[in-house]
Design a protein around this ligand. Structure first.
Ligand SMILES: [Zn+2]
Ligand SMILES: [Zn+2]
Length: 257
C-alpha cells in the first residue's frame, strides 16, 4: 500500500468530533506515512499538539490564521505560541498568512500578525506554513523581503506567482484543488514547478478531491490528489508519492528533537 504524508490538515476541527481518533488510528495503520495538523489560533494550536502527542507520526504546527487574528490577545499571543513551539511535536509555525477574502478584514493587523510570526519562526528555526487568499501583492512583497523557510499551501496561483515563490527558496503544496475541472491555471503552474519543490496536502476537512468534492476531506483521500499530480508530472503514483514524502521530511525535519 502507498503511504502518503499529509503536510497540511486540521484534525482539531469539529468536523472530526465524532470519529477523530478512530479515523487517525486507521489512517496511520494504512494510507498515511505522517500527518501535520495545523492550529489556527492559540486554543486550536494547543489542541493540535494534544492530538500529535497521541501518535508517533502526527506532528503539529502552531500559529494564528489571518482570519483569527481579531480573536486572540495581541499582547500575549507571541509568548503563548513560543511556549507551544517548545513542544517536541511542534514541527512548524502555521497556519499563518493573509486573507482578504471576507469583508470586513483588518489588513494592517493581518500584516502585523503575519510578520511577527515569520520573525518568531526564524528565531526558533522552524519552517512556516503560509496561507494566502486574495492577497497576492502584499504576500509577494512580504515574502520577497523575508524569504522564509516556508511553504505556500493550497496553491491556486499562476506560473508567474509560482516562479517568484520558488525564487525565494520556498516550497509549494497542492490540495484536491488540482483535481477540480476549473483548476486550469493551478494545473499549469503545477506542471511548471519542479517536483522536488512540491508537497501534498489535504487541508482536511476542506478541499476534498474529485470524486469526493464537497464531502468531508481526510488524509485517506489524498491518493486522488497524488494520482492527479502523477498524471501532470508524467510519473508513476509510487514515484510521485516517494518524492513528495521525501520533500516533506526535508522541509519539516520531523523527529529532529
Ligand atoms: Zn489555508
Ligand atoms: Zn489550512
Amino acid at each position: 500500500m502507498i503511504k502518503i504524508t499529509d503536510t497540511h490538515s486540521h484534525y482539531d476541527d469539529n468536523a472530526f468530533d465524532s470519529d477523530r481518533y478512530e479515523l487517525l488510528d486507521n489512517l496511520l495503520a494504512g494510507k498515511c506515512e505522517k500527518i501535520v495538523t495545523l492550529g489556527c489560533d492559540i486554543e486550536k494550536s494547543s489542541t493540535s499538539l494534544l492530538i500529535a502527542e497521541k501518535y508517533d507520526n502526527v506532528f503539529a504546527a502552531v500559529g494564528v490564521h489571518p482570519e483569527n487574528c481579531s480573536d486572540v490577545n495581541e499582547k500575549t499571543y507571541l509568548e503563548d505560541l513560543k511556549k507551544l513551539a517548545a513542544h517536541p511535536k511542534t514541527a512548524a509555525i502555521g497556519e499563518i498568512g493573509l486573507d482578504f477574502h471576507w469583508e470586513p478584514f483588518d489588513r494592517e493587523k493581518q500584516i502585523r500578525f503575519f510578520r511577527s510570526q515569520l520573525d518568531l519562526a526564524r528565531e526558533l528555526d522552524l519552517p512556516v506554513c503560509i496561507h494566502s487568499r486574495d492577497s497576492t501583492k502584499d504576500m509577494l512583497d512580504i515574502l520577497r523581503e523575508t524569504k522564509p523557510n516556508g511553504v505556500l499551501h493550497c496553491f491556486s496561483g499562476s506560473i508567474e506567482v509560482a516562479r517568484e515563490i520558488l525564487s525565494f527558496g520556498m516550497m509549494i503544496s497542492f490540495t484536491g484543488l488540482i483535481t477540480f475541472r476549473n483548476a486550469k491555471k493551478a494545473i499549469e503552474a503545477c506542471r511548471f514547478i519542479p517536483i522536488d519543490r512540491i508537497m501534498l496536502e489535504t487541508d482536511a476537512p476542506y478541499m476534498a478531491p474529485v470524486p469526493h468534492r464537497g464531502e468531508r476531506n481526510d488524509s485517506g483521500l489524498l491518493i486522488h490528489t497524488a494520482e492527479k499530480l502523477a498524471e501532470i508530472k508524467g510519473l508513476t503514483v509510487e514515484e510521485t508519492v516517494r518524492i513528495c514524502n521525501e520533500n516533506a521530511e526535508r522541509f519539516f525535519r520531523f523527529n529532529k528533537n
